[in-house]
Design a protein. Structure first.
Length: 268
């Protein structure tokens, strides 16, 4: 279940349309299962029904690639990565704002910003990419990569920056981790992947993304501490690879089986 009514970028009529529809879905369901606590909490506000969350795993092909290359030589990490659809609701301008503030530092350290994502909003994407290249001419900007290319980017990235203030899950946070690249996200409970990678256990870094100066300073301190980045990268790689699709599907099946085993829960 994805709570679309909470998606940024919708006008009030669109939000109300999804609110009505999603409330009805919860009411007629024996259970509703979301990707994480952000949407579970949102749906609890709409409907006091049986709502649960199950964190999803990365795809088997990602895990297979991560295991396959685990023993191969590690390439130099050179990228400051942002892997996200280039649209206003993803607030890519937070990434660009950080790069603008760290421009001289990044170029001095030969750290290259890498923006990877589909351009769903052409005008917005044009503005974002222009600003990024102006701030740091060595930036790499791509809108499509194969899985093999993406995993190579993860392996060559120092830090993954997730710019959204709200994310039902944020699978690239976990994917990057599978290849030893830790992430920094907004410091809030509204990022679903933080149910899996726990900031309180040091598995992901957080910052108040609305404060770009503070965020830039936090990121600079991380770049200046490669040992810490490596330690966190190794931790999240092990955790990401160990949580398989089989385990994820088993958790989903357990929820479904509970409903099937209890006819009094059926609503049809």
């Amino acid at each position: 279940f994805r709570a679309f009514f909470a998606s940024p970028g919708f006008d009030e009529d669109e939000k109300n349309f999804y609110k009505v529809l999603e409330k009805e879905c919860c009411v007629i369901s024996s259970k509703a299962i979301t990707l994480g606590t952000p949407d579970a909490h949102l749906l609890h506000v709409l409907s006091n029904e049986r709502i649960f969350y199950v964190t999803c795993s990365v795809s088997p092909s990602v895990i297979e690639l991560a295991k396959k290359i685990a023993t191969s030589p590690q390439p130099d990490r050179e990228f400051f990565l942002c892997c996200c659809r280039i649209s206003q609701e993803k607030t890519i301008e937070t990434f660009v704002g950080v790069v603008e503030r760290l421009s001289s530092y990044l170029q001095e350290k030969q750290i290259r910003p890498y923006l990877c994502g589909a351009r769903s909003d052409k005008d917005y994407a044009s503005s974002i990419t222009s600003r990024l290249l102006k701030a740091c001419p060595t930036s790499v900007i791509v809108d499509y990569v194969t899985l093999e290319q993406l995993t190579d980017v993860y392996r060559r990235s120092i830090l993954n920056f997730h710019p959204s203030f709200y994310e039902a899950y944020g699978l690239t946070i976990v994917e990057a981790g599978c290849f030893g690249c830790p992430s920094i996200t907004n410091d809030s409970p509204d990022i679903g992947a933080l149910d899996f990678l726990d900031p309180s256990k040091g598995e992901v870094f957080t910052a108040k993304l609305e404060d770009l100066d503070q965020t830039a300073a936090k990121i600079k301190s991380l770049f200046d501490d490669p040992k810490k980045l490596d330690e966190v990268g190794r931790t999240v790689a092990k955790k990401g690879i160990s949580y398989t699709t089989v385990e994820y599907c088993q958790k989903l099946f357990d929820h479904i089986k509970e409903v099937l085993d209890e006819p009094h829960m059926w609503k049809c």
